[in-house]
Design a binder for this molecule. Structure first.
Ligand code: NAG
Ligand code: NAG
Ligand code: NAG
Length: 561
C-alpha cells in the first residue's frame, strides 16, 4: 500500500500546463544559484548568530527565538548533505552531539520543538552513514543524534498527559507542563507528532512515543464535527472546540499532512483512511474554484474567503495522494499571487485580490516551492521549474542583505524585517535545490540495495533505498530505516491505542525557585497558544474576528489577480 501511494505520484504523469521547456544549462544555473543562496544564509548564521537560534539579517547578529539550542544549525544540518557537503555535515553533527543540552529551565512550544529539533536530529541521525560518519555499532538503532532526539522528545511527553490524549501547547524542558499553562491548543499542535514519535519508537522500541502520537490523533478524530471537519483550536482537557473555523492552513495544516505521510512511512492503512475521509470533506466544503477557504466546522458555511501562505503545501500533499490535476490548478492560483506581488502575503483576500492588512508579510516560507517540487517530480512539466525560478528571483532580489536573507514585512512595498526563520535553510532552500537537482539521492529509490550494518539488524532493514518522507519542517526520514530495529512492531500499533492511559509520562517535578538567570519563555508569535474564546480564528499570534472584508457572495467575488 505504501508503495502504491508513492508510485502513483511518480507515474501519474499528466502534463496539463506545459511551461516553456528549460535547457539543462538553465536548470544547472538555478541549482547553483540555490546553492549560493543557502551558503550565504548559512555562513552568515555561523559568522554572526551562532550559537543563538536565529540570524538577524539586518543587524548582522543573532537571537534566541524558539528555545536556546542553536536552532538554525539543527534545522540546516540535513540540507548540508542534500547539497553534497558531507564534511560540514560531519563537523556539525559532532559539534551538536558534543554541545547540545536540553536540560534547561525554558518554556518551549511542543509543536515547534518536535518538528524542528526532534525532526532535524532524527533525519541527520538516519543520514549519518551516507555522510561518511563513522557510525556506532548497532546504527541506526543507536547513535548520538538519536539519543539527543529521544532526550528532546522525552521532555515533550508530559504535555500528552491529558484526559483527551491531546497535548498542551507548551512545556518547560526541565519541569514539564507549567502550572498555569492554558489547555487550549491548535489542531496542528495536536496532530503533528506521528512521523517523529513513530520513528523514535521504531528505532528504540520505546512505545511511549508512538502511543502519545496516536492518542492525540485519536482524540482529534473523535472530536470531528458531524460534517466530518475539524476546527482550529481545541481545549485538550474537555475536548471542546474553541475556534470552529475549518480550513487547510494555519493551525490545522500539518495534521492532514501527517495522516497521509504517517500512513506511508509506517504502512498504516488506518491513518491513510483518516486522511481519505478528511480529503473528501475538504474538497467538498472548503474548495471554491480551485481556492481553499475557511468554513464553519458544524454548519459548513464559508466564514473567511482568504488564502494563507501556509495553505500552499496542499497541492504537494494532493500530489503525494495522486490527485495531480486539481493540485496543479490550485498551484497555478497560488503562483499567480506570487507573480503579482513578488511574494505571497501571509493572508490574501481572494475576493479583492489584496493582502489582508496586518498580515501582508512573507517570512521566507517554503510551502509554494514544496508543492512545486512534488508536482515537478510527478509530471516533469517545466512550468513547475518556472515557479522555482520566480521564487529564487524574488528572494534574491528583494530579501537578500549583506548578512543573510530577511523576512519581507509587506509584499506590496518589499520592506524588510530583521528576522530569518530557521525554516529558510531547513525548507525553502532545500525544496528549491531538490526541484533543480534531478539526480539528488533524496529522489532515488533502489529496492535492490540492502545496507546491512550489523547482522543483528532485521532482514527488512534497507537504509537509504526505500525513499524518504519529509516531516513538516522538510526533514527527510528514511523509510527503509523504520524497519531496521528488531524491537519495532509498528504494524500492531493501532491495537495498542486502548492502552494509551498506561503511558509512563515524566512525572512533573515541583517547580523550583528560579535560580537560573537565563530562564526564558519562548512562546514566539507563531506558536499555538491560548486564544480568547470569542475570537474567530487565531493564527500566528494574531487574532481575526472576521470582518466586512469577508462578506458577500463569494463565488461572484472571486477574481484572479
Ligand atoms: C561546506 O560548507 C562549508 C561551510 O559553509 C564550506 O566552507 C565548504 O566550502 C563547503 N564544502 C563544499 C564541498 O561545498
Ligand atoms: C541499486 O543498488 C545496487 C546495489 O548497491 C547497485 O548495484 C545498483 O546500481 C543501484 N541501482 C540504481 C538505479 O541506483
Ligand atoms: C514558564 O511558564 C510559567 C507559567 O506561565 C511561568 O510561571 C514560568 O515562570 C515560566 N518559566 C520560565 C523559565 O519562563
Amino acid at each position: 500500500m505504501r508503495g502504491d501511494i508513492v508510485l502513483s505520484a511518480y507515474f501519474l504523469s499528466l502534463s496539463i500546463i506545459f511551461g516553456n521547456s528549460m535547457t539543462e544549462d538553465e536548470i544547472e544555473k538555478y541549482r547553483q544559484k540555490t546553492k549560493a543562496m543557502f551558503y550565504h544564509g548559512y555562513d552568515s548564521y555561523l559568522q554572526y548568530a551562532y550559537p543563538y537560534d536565529e540570524l538577524k539579517p539586518l543587524s548582522c547578529s543573532g537571537h534566541d527565538t524558539w528555545g536556546s539550542y542553536s536552532l538554525t544549525l539543527i534545522d540546516a544540518l540535513d540540507t548540508l548533505l542534500i547539497l553534497g557537503n558531507a564534511s560540514e555535515f560531519r563537523r556539525v553533527s559532532k559539534l551538536l552531539s558534543e554541545t547540545l543540552n536540553f536540560d534547561m529551565d525554558i518554556n518551549v512550544s511542543v509543536f515547534e520543538t518536535n518538528i524542528r529539533v526532534v525532526g532535524g536530529l532524527l533525519s541527520a541521525h538516519l543520514l549519518a552513514q551516507r555522510a561518511g560518519v563513522k557510525v556506532e555499532e548497532g546504527w541506526p538503532c543507536h547513535g548520538p543524534l538519536l539519543r539527543l532526539a529521544v532526550d528532546a522528545a522525552e521532555r515533550l511527553l508530559p504535555a500528552f498527559n491529558t484526559p483527551t490524549g491531546m497535548p498542551y501547547g507548551t512545556v518547560n524542558l526541565r519541569y514539564g507542563v507549567p502550572p498555569s499553562e492554558t489547555s487550549i491548543t491548535c489542531t496542528a499542535g495536536c496532530g503533528t507528532f506521528i512521523i517523529e514519535f513513530g520513528t523514535i519508537s521504531a528505532l528504540t522500541g520505546d512505545k511511549r512515543f508512538i502511543n502519545a502520537a496516536f492518542g492525540a490523533l485519536e482524540g482529534l478524530w473523535k472530536s470531528r464535527s458531524k460534517l466530518g471537519l475539524v476546527g482550529n483550536h481545541i481545549d485538550v482537557l474537555s475536548g471542546k472546540w474553541t475556534a470552529q473555523d475549518a480550513g487547510i492552513g494555519a493551525g490545522v495544516d500539518s495534521y492532514f499532512e501527517y495522516l497521509l505521510k504517517g500512513g506511508i512511512l509506517f504502512g498504516l492503512p488506518k491513518l491513510v483512511d483518516m486522511f481519505k475521509e478528511f480529503y473528501g470533506k475538504v474538497e467538498q466544503y472548503l474548495k471554491i474554484s480551485d481556492w481553499y477557504v475557511w468554513a464553519h466546522m458544524e454548519k459548513g458555511q464559508v466564514t473567511m474567503p482568504i488564502f494563507q501562505s501556509l495553505d500552499a503545501y496542499w497541492p504537494g500533499l494532493q500530489t503525494l495522494w495522486g490527485d495531480i490535476g486539481p493540485a496543479s490548478r490550485t498551484l497555478q492560483k497560488y503562483h499567480s499571487v506570487w507573480r503579482h506581488f513578488g511574494f505571497i502575503p501571509e493572508f490574501y483576500q481572494i475576493a479583492s485580490g489584496e493582502p489582508y492588512s496586518g498580515r501582508a508579510g512573507y517570512p521566507l516560507r517554503p510551502e509554494l516551492i514544496e508543492s512545486a517540487m512534488y508536482l515537478y517530480r510527478a509530471t516533469k512539466d517545466p512550468y513547475f521549474l518556472e515557479v522555482g525560478r520566480d521564487m529564487l528571483h524574488s528572494i534574491e532580489s528583494s530579501a537578500r542583505t549583506p548578512c543573510g536573507y530577511a523576512t519581507i514585512k509587506d509584499v506590496k512595498t518589499h520592506e524588510k524585517e530583521d528576522r530569518m526563520e530557521s525554516f529558510f535553510l531547513a525548507e525553502t532552500t532545500k525544496y528549491l535545490y531538490l526541484l533543480f537537482d534531478e539526480h539528488n539521492f533524496i529522489h532515488q529509490r533502489n529496492e535492490s540495495e540492502h545496507h546491512q550494518t550489523t547482522s543483528s539488524l532485521s532482514l527488512s532493514c534497507t537504509t537509504g533505498s526505500a525513499g524518504y518522507v519529509f516531516n513538516t519542517e522538510a526533514h527527510p526520514i528514511d523509510v527503509g530505516a523504520v524497519h531496521c530495529c528488531p524491537s519495532s512492531r509498528l504494524t500492531h500499533v493501532p491495537e495498542e491505542l486502548k492502552f494509551r492511559h498506561l503511558f509512563n509520562v515524566r512525572t512533573k517535578e515541583p517547580l523550583k525557585e528560579n535560580s537560573d538567570t537565563d530562564a526564558k519563555t519562548f512562546t514566539g508569535a507563531y506558536t499555538c497558544k491560548a486564544r480568547p474564546f470569542h475570537k474567530k480564528l487565531s493564527v500566528l499570534g494574531a487574532f481575526f474576528e472576521g470582518s466586512k472584508e469577508f462578506s458577500g457572495d463569494l463565488d461572484e467575488q472571486i477574481i484572479d489577480p
